[in-house]
Design a protein around this ligand. Sequence first.
Ligand code: EPS
Length: 338
Amino acid sequence: MIRYLTAGESHGDSLTGILEGFPAGVRADRAYIAGELARRRGAPGRSARQSAETDPFEILSGLRGGLTTGAPIAVSIKNAVRAVPEPSALPRPGHADLGGMLKYGLTDAGLVRERASARETAMRTALGCFASLLNAGLGIKASSRVTSLGNLRTVTARNAADQIERARRNGDTLGGEFELVFTGVPAGLGSYAHADRRLGARLGAALLGINGVKGFSVGSAELTAAGGKEAARRPELSGGIDGGVTNGRDIVLRCAVKPVPGLPGGAPSRDLRTLKRAAAVSRTSDITAVFAAAVIAEHVAALELASALLEKFGGDSLAEIKPRVEAWRKRTARSINR
Ligand code: EPS
């Protein structure tokens, strides 16, 4: 089983992450990790904050000669922007502010915002890159694409840029949807035997844990409209997981991301100390998180898949796991109906 934890605040010194249960013998490709952090950071629709951050990361343990050793992997990412905004008792609607202040008895919404901010997803992306590297070593690849943005149903780089610019000019933000596909996934990951072992449930928990993700589904957008007969003719519609177990087809996952709630023009709120009405203004808000969320999703889902692979095949090093996966693929190839 792979486990991970992160710590750190949006404007603190740094983000810290620990990845445990990760096998030995995987090359920690630093250029790849840096590239994925840059993809997340530079995704369309981000705020000016992103041009200040460079996500310099250090791998503090768990490596020897560039290869993982099986020991816990500790990663650190320094924050560039560390000026904590002034304390404020004004919760921003749609953020974790109000619930967080009530829950922890805080009078400063900033204390909630610091940890609830999606800045933390930089670390989840970095840790997830290790899982993506392991999965790639076993022939599994992830890709994602944004399938809707605001009211756009066909998204291209061009129309997305225009839509984002329009929202920026209107002081508005955008939600959207993305699709995530994993190819090369062996059959038999996850289990129908108990609800919490269903792979769809595990992937759902990981993906719904990404800030702003409100919806998750397994399979094609066409699945629910198709009748049972059509679904039987087109088994790929069910997205590679049936009864909580992978069936050897591509895994297809879909997520819905809400519009970023932080608005530069402010949103109606109430100061929790004075109970006076006021506008809660967000100066660092992104226009949309959907493109960045798709990148993060590739890696947090990869952690779940890597964990399920280790449960199925066992093994403590890539050299031990790989032949087991290959032998299993050969054994199951003829039963997988393509
Ligand atoms: C975010 C708000 C802004 C974004 C942040 C996500 O940050 P903050 O208000 O904490 O300064 O810049 O994204 C990042 C910092 C990042 O690295 O992704 C939010 O409200 O989720």
